[in-house]
Design a protein around this ligand. Structure first.
Ligand SMILES: [Mg+2]
Length: 153
């Protein structure tokens, strides 16, 4: 099944802050705890436009240390024999891949995971009340844009 991916991170090349997957099979929205975010020297733009809206209406993150994101993603995808994750920006895929590496030489097991980087714009979206730069809403907007581009809606 297909999942739209979005990540928020601390500016260009910066550390991961939150990660969301949205697809027919459900949604996953993960965010690092304040104790970890406080140590990141957050970019002012990120503080204003990302941190302030990590938790908004219909988007309440599961707060987990970054080291536990991989297991949470594995559990989320475990019933899907061929998950396909789609992103509109390469760093989103980089962060997802990094989460799956849990220690040197060890990764979480996700069978036949495929990734797609697609030329599609999530924004502007016609989803009412969507919140740009909230990872879950961005993933929902991307999912919607993908469906529209396929003529499914
Ligand atoms: Mg985003």
């Amino acid at each position: 099944m297909l999942y739209a991916l979005d990540c928020e991170f601390n500016g260009f090349g910066g550390e991961l802050i939150s990660l969301a997957l949205s697809g027919e099979a459900g949604e996953l929205y993960l965010c690092r705890p304040n104790a970890e975010l406080d140590g990141l020297e957050l970019h002012p733009w990120v503080e204003e436009h990302v941190l302030a809206i990590l938790e908004v209406h219909d988007a309440r993150p599961r707060v987990l240390p970054l080291t536990e994101f991989g297991r949470a993603i594995q559990t989320f995808l475990e019933d899907d024999p061929e998950p396909c994750v789609i992103a509109d920006w390469p760093e989103d895929l980089t962060h997802l891949m990094q989460c799956l590496i849990i220690s040197p030489g060890q990764m979480v097991r996700i069978p036949d995971l495929s990734l797609k980087l697609m030329q599609v714009s999530a924004w502007p979206t016609d989803i009412h009340d969507a919140v740009q730069h909230n990872a879950l809403w961005d993933a929902r907007a991307l999912s919607r844009a993908l469906a529209l581009s396929r003529g499914e809606v």
